[in-house]
Design a protein around this ligand. Structure first.
Ligand code: AMP
Length: 290
């Protein structure tokens, strides 16, 4: 697998692939690769050739008190995983390559970026949209693969693609979980043993909400109550938000009727974890996917 460090060289490769009528698949990541990332790569490999991945711990999407400097960076292991998965090239730019001196243009997806994750992490989605826009411009993918784990992020990227008429199709992949239900995340490595155990409470809360849905309950408050009950039994957990929102607008709903998400952001000790459940109409019923 080739490692590409400059925008100019990555653009050249993408241009050649496009000239050869090849279908470019792209998996953007911040590294510390795990089974969630590798599921995106696998899907991309099935549908595209060449497949390019990127590793870039994007400084503009971290708040001043967030974990930018201690974010895990196991580069050697990451390269090994991508090589094994037969990724064609890794785009691995330095921060100064993406944000050179004097950089001053940002992408802001309004409205959607201000709620939930955006409210708890001011500026986060501006950083995400800006870097993804730059990555798309560099890699020129036909298909770009994202995880439903970051549901609001995908929704914002989709809005950006639509609004800016980008020629890329966003493919949303399911959440990959540990055997006990915890959504896999690079941040799980921050958890102590007792916190790791407690962290399954996010999954348990979603299962409780799914049970309510299956029992025919549609009232958002009732679903929230079922989730909160799980958190009350877990002293290491502090809920940041537990909301039922419309899947398009990410505005809270009173009753679940159409496509929606149950969204969670929860501190386990000092580590902030997110997770979600997709609720979709299925005939007369609603299907809930964790
Ligand atoms: P990150 O490296 O955290 O920026 O994530 C890169 C991509 O991997 C994003 O599209 C995430 O949504 C996706 N991702 C992270 N964790 C998971 C997971 N457990 N299951 C599926 N996708 C994931």
């Amino acid at each position: 697998m080739e490692t590409v460090r400059t925008i100019a060289w990555m653009k050249e490769k993408a241009r050649e692939a496009r000239l050869d009528q090849r279908v470019i698949g792209f998996v953007p990541t911040m590294g510390a690769l795990h089974a969630g990332h590798m599921a995106l790569v696998k899907r991309a490999k099935k549908e595209c050739a060449p497949v390019y991945a990127s590793i870039f711990v994007n400084p503009t999407q971290f708040g001043p008190s967030e974990d930018l400097s201690r974010y895990p960076r196991p580069l050697e292991a990451d390269i090994e995983k991508l090589t094994e998965a037969e990724v064609d090239a890794l785009f691995l730019p330095e921060a100064a390559e993406i944000y050179p001196k004097g950089f001053s243009t940002y992408v802001q997806v309004e409205g959607l970026s201000d709620r939930l994750e955006g409210k708890s992490r001011p500026g986060h989605f501006r950083g995400v949209a800006t870097v993804v826009m730059k990555l798309f411009e560099t890699v020129e993918p036909h298909f770009a693969y994202f995880g439903r784990k970051d549901a609001q992020q995908v929704r914002i990227i989709q809005q950006m693609v639509k609004d800016l008429n980008l020629d890329v199709e966003i493919v949303v992949c399911p959440i990959v979980r540990e055997a006990d239900g915890l959504a896999i995340s690079s941040r799980n490595t921050y958890l102590r043993a007792d916190e790791r155990k407690a962290a399954t409470v996010l999954y348990r809360a979603l299962v409780a909400a799914r049970r309510e849905i299956a029992a025919g309950r549609r009232d958002a408050l009732e679903l929230q109550r079922a989730m909160r009950k799980e958190f009350q039994g877990e002293p290491l957990a502090t809920v940041n938000y537990a909301e039922i929102v419309d899947a398009g607008s990410f505005e809270p709903v009173v009753r679940v009727t159409g496509r929606s998400y149950a969204l969670l952001a929860v501190y386990i000790g000092k580590t902030r974890l997110i997770d979600n459940m997709l609720i979709e109409p299925a005939g007369e019923e609603l299907a809930a996917t964790i």
